[in-house]
Ligand binder design. Sequence first.
Ligand code: NI
Ligand code: MN
Length: 227
Amino acid sequence: MSTKVTWLGHAALSLETGGYNLLVDPFLSGNPTASVGPEEVQADFILLSHGHSDHLGDTVAIAKRTGATVITNAELSDWMGKQGVKSHGQHLGGGYQHPFGYLKLTLAIHGSGLPDGSYGGNPAGFLLTTSDNKKIYMACDTGLFGDMRLIGEEGIDLAILPIGDNYTMGPDDALRAVKLLEPAHIIPIHYNTFDVISQDPMEWAQRVESETEAKVHVLNPGESLIV
Ligand code: NI
Ligand code: MN
């Protein structure tokens, strides 16, 4: 069974995999590029990488409406509990066999404070092994780090990488990340939402495809890739 990955704008994604609907970092209200509203999306699980408002977004409201379980780090999981939301806490390097697949939290070099000032633990990326054994790596908000090479050793079918610069890797470091990860396919995200993260994704795609074996899929918000 294949996995349908849809970019919802900024860092928000929806994944249909193994018969489940997953949302990742569902910042939709107030996201100028969002392709859907928070009341329209379906979710069985919500993956939350860190506590910043452009990722936390509508997580609590969507979880309450849909009954979805939020999967995130232990500190954010505790905070979700205080909001009355179901959650599953994991932490960096730890994986768990969920109904939709095996999900590991990966290192991310970033922050994770919550909008209300609460401590949000350490930020994470996600490495999902789907029920048909595809590996999808979501770097989430991070700078470049050399241990991406270790993640790449798992054999990445799809890498979803930030290229916006300013808050995360920019185009140059994201290209270096591709060389460490050696993914088959790439979706760039976290760019052109705000002026400070303006980038030309087509130019980046050309650079990546001329220097590596990876295929870059530049999506518009609302568009999907099947893996
Ligand atoms: Ni962030
Ligand atoms: Mn962000």
